[in-house]
Design a protein. Structure first.
Length: 202
């Protein structure tokens, strides 16, 4: 099991606040011995961040999005895609089309991602300004082109902090938190078929 980034929080008694400390290190957990090892990576690393997503594809860890510290602002939002080769441990920043910025509606954090048929599928997430996304995008991991799925029928309300899994060509999402109901936690489950052109929730 390989992980990248994340954050830990330390309490500052002088301000009575928790301070977030984002990371940009990579670690591997041996699933036979359950020993942790910090990976020595090559090249420029992604910026420190948390609440991004990652998937495994073709021997590489692919990461997208998240947020972290900034020199000029309280925090920075990230719209970048990176790969980490799990043989050479070399980082590579990927150029995608279109660029997932504020205007395209792709930039986000607290979303989920999974791998389906050569696509990184992201759903939900949050953008400051009370934008709780209910959209689903795919990133083609060969051409690195983003595509927004046209969803037919009813769909779940926008959310972040949910979970998602892939089951027999379907994305199953559960829970999370939403703007509706005074920022209520959610306990609903939805299934999105990824196998047909007429993508729909059931």
């Amino acid at each position: 099991m390989v992980l990248f980034g994340g954050r830990n929080e330390t309490y500052n008694p002088s301000t009575c606040q928790f301070v977030c400390g984002q990371k940009n290190d990579a670690w591997a957990l041996n699933l036979n011995t359950y020993d942790w090892e910090e990976l020595t990576t090559n090249g420029t690393k992604p910026a420190k961040r948390s609440d991004h997503s990652s998937i495994l594809y073709n021997g590489q860890m692919v990461i997208f999005g998240g947020w972290g510290p900034s020199d000029s602002h309280v925090y920075a939002l990230y719209d970048d895609v990176w790969t980490l080769d799990l043989t050479s441990y070399a980082w590579n920043k990927v150029t995608t089309t279109p660029t997932p910025n504020h205007h395209t509606g792709i930039m986000r954090y607290y979303h989920t991602a999974l791998l389906y048929n050569g696509l990184m599928v992201i759903y939900g997430g949050f953008l400051p300004g009370s934008t709780y996304y209910d959209t689903t995008w795919t990133l083609n991991l060969t051409s690195y082109v983003w595509n927004k799925l046209a969803i037919a029928g009813p769909k779940p309300i926008g959310r972040f902090g949910h979970s998602s899994i892939l089951d027999n060509g379907k994305m199953v999402i559960f829970g999370g938190k939403s703007l509706a109901g005074n920022y209520a936690y959610l306990d609903d489950a939805w299934v999105l078929s990824l196998t047909s052109n007429s993508t729909h929730y059931t």
